[in-house]
Write a protein that binds this ligand. Structure first.
Ligand SMILES: [Zn+2]
Length: 306
């Protein structure tokens, strides 16, 4: 399918002469595709849109090659939420919940009392990085601000918002001073602090409607105020699932042949549905035998009890 318009856009900006930067993201068609995979009550949908936007913003702030996963399962009404973004900004997300349509719940009730976990999994090695923060605060943005303070030790401000048409967010970050060409001394420190406060006021004043609807240039200009600001070009963000026949075959093998035969006996076929994109992978009896007879199957090593 040809893409007539960007499914989503990410834009980076910085304040000239200051170690202050930001990222702006807006998901349009990518958010629509994500929503089309599964129906959610409005509150869960809003949280999912915020988490999806946050995953893109987090990925934008980090240097990595692989997949960033933002996940929580805190025993709240949203039992599990997973949002994943690759280093080239392919996005997918899913939530499990027991909230009825139209039912009201505050943030704490939605997310429960667990932890927010951010994992970065490398494509090329087994190395992974994990940051964990308590699900405290009144918004997902607040939780993530704590994540940045704890794990990245970078003062960070975040605003996230989602409605049925769009999801988006804006992230501000104060980097360590003293980079190449940076001014130093107390006077320079006060200037940076002043500019940092100005940015935060700008973010406070930013309305959800502007974040979801106004052009990036206007949004960033309104936040930067009188400061000299540079806005970089757009990076596309897309909805894309990374499920594949190979991955699903691996999953079925890990279930074991007993489970596979039980499913065959009960339903005549074994169907695995990807919960991110809704795609069905179906195996009949012959497929299952082939899957488990494959030469690549790890055979259990003979032990003393065998
Ligand atoms: Zn999928």
């Amino acid at each position: 399918m040809a893409e007539a318009q960007a499914a989503g856009e990410l834009r980076r900006f910085l304040l000239e002469g200051h170690p202050l930067r930001g990222h702006w993201v807006r998901l349009g068609p990518a958010w629509q595709e994500l929503r089309a995979r599964r129906a959610y009550p409005p509150l869960v949908e809003a949280l999912l849109g915020e988490a999806a936007s946050a995953a893109v913003l987090l990925a934008a702030t980090l240097k990595f090659a692989g997949t960033l996963t933002l996940q929580f399962s805190g025993g709240g009404r949203v039992r599990l939420l997973v949002a994943q973004c690759t280093d080239d900004f392919r996005l997918r997300a899913v939530a499990h919940h027991d909230l009825a349509d139209g039912e009201a719940a505050g943030f704490a009730e939605l997310v429960g009392a667990g932890k927010l976990v951010v994992t970065v999994q490398s494509d090329t090695s087994v190395a992974s990085y994990q940051g964990i923060v308590p699900l405290a605060g009144t918004t997902l943005g607040e939780c993530l601000e704590r994540y940045f303070e704890g794990s990245e030790q970078l003062p960070t401000r975040l605003k996230l918002v989602a409605d049925q048409a769009h999801a988006g967010g804006l992230l501000l970050q104060r980097l360590p001073a003293g980079g190449a060409g940076a001014a130093s001394g107390e006077g320079a420190g006060a200037l940076v602090q002043g500019a940092w406060e100005d940015l935060q006021y700008g973010l406070e004043a930013l309305t959800p409607a502007a974040l979801l609807g106004a052009p990036a240039e206007l949004v960033v200009r309104s936040i930067a105020g009188m400061h000299d600001c540079r806005l970089f070009g757009a990076t596309p963000v897309s909805f894309a699932c990374r499920c594949s026949p190979e991955r699903v075959a691996g999953l079925v093998r890990s279930l074991g042949i007993g489970e596979a035969h039980a499913a065959l006996a009960e339903q005549g076929a074994l169907t695995v549905t990807c919960e991110f994109c809704g795609r069905d992978y179906r195996y009949d009896a012959v497929d299952v035998e082939q899957l488990f007879a494959g030469g690549s199957l790890p055979q259990p090593a003979p032990g003393p009890l065998n």
